[in-house]
Design a protein around this ligand. Structure first.
Ligand SMILES: N[C@@H](CCC(=O)N[C@@H](CS)C(=O)NCC(=O)O)C(=O)O
Length: 203
């Protein structure tokens, strides 16, 4: 049995829920109250010493980092449907594209978004110098049209089929929206389209 540790409130653990549902894997959840800092309790630190969710346990082992967890879950499925098939003639190119878009999202968008969150949502946690939020916003605004262009060319962020990169970008775009960053049109339509998928977590 797979056990997923998530918060009582929505967080990036929902990306793992989504992957579990897309993959049809059986799982149970254990919910931590982030407002009571239950992620810092020694019982949970034994699972993720970094004190963050999501984490899963499976076959007596602990797994952390949302995207790596989703990759692991995908590998448990006989067809690994959330990544390009290795039998595909264009596997190398398709797999490159998947890794490229994820790498771009994490480095060119999420890194700035995380700092922006610390400043705007977490009351300038870590005392970032004046001007940092504006600088983060400029960097995000530079990167967003690139991701939007990919969506102008294809239905999914990494090509013509749904992959784990879509789970990641859906989360990323929603996070941007939450912080009041306006999304380009194709990105907005993409979020709506993905949210309508059968296995998208409804709650
Ligand atoms: N890179 C990690 C980030 C995990 C993360 O930042 N989790 C947040 C919730 S979305 C958390 O648990 N924060 C609690 C804390 O920092 O105390 C991943 O993708 O799993």
């Amino acid at each position: 049995m797979i056990t997923l540790y998530k918060y009582t409130h929505p967080s990036r653990a929902e990306t793992v829920v989504w992957a579990l549902q897309e993959l049809g894997l059986e799982y149970e959840t254990k919910e931590l109250d982030g407002h009571k800092f239950e992620q810092r309790h020694p019982d949970f630190l034994a699972i993720n010493p970094f004190g963050k969710i999501p984490a899963i346990t499976h076959n007596g082992k602990n797994f952390t980092e949302s995207l790596a967890i989703i990759e692991y879950l995908n590998d448990l499925h006989p067809d690994s449907p959330l990544t390009p098939s290795q039998d595909d003639n264009n596997y190398a190119e398709k797999n490159y594209k998947l890794r490229q878009v994820i790498s771009f999202g994490m480095i060119e968008i999420e890194s700035y978004l995380w700092i922006l969150t610390k400043i705007k949502v977490l009351e300038n946690y870590e005392n970032w110098p004046e001007g940092t939020a504006e600088n983060c916003m400029e960097n995000i605004q530079k990167a967003l049209p690139i991701a939007n262009d990919w969506l102008n060319e294809q239905d999914y962020i990494a090509g013509d089929s749904f992959t784990l990169a879509d789970i990641y970008y859906h989360h990323l775009f929603n996070w941007l929206k939450m912080l009041g960053v306006p999304l380009p049109e194709s990105a907005k339509a993409y979020v709506k389209r993905l949210s309508a998928r059968e296995h998208f977590p409804k709650k």
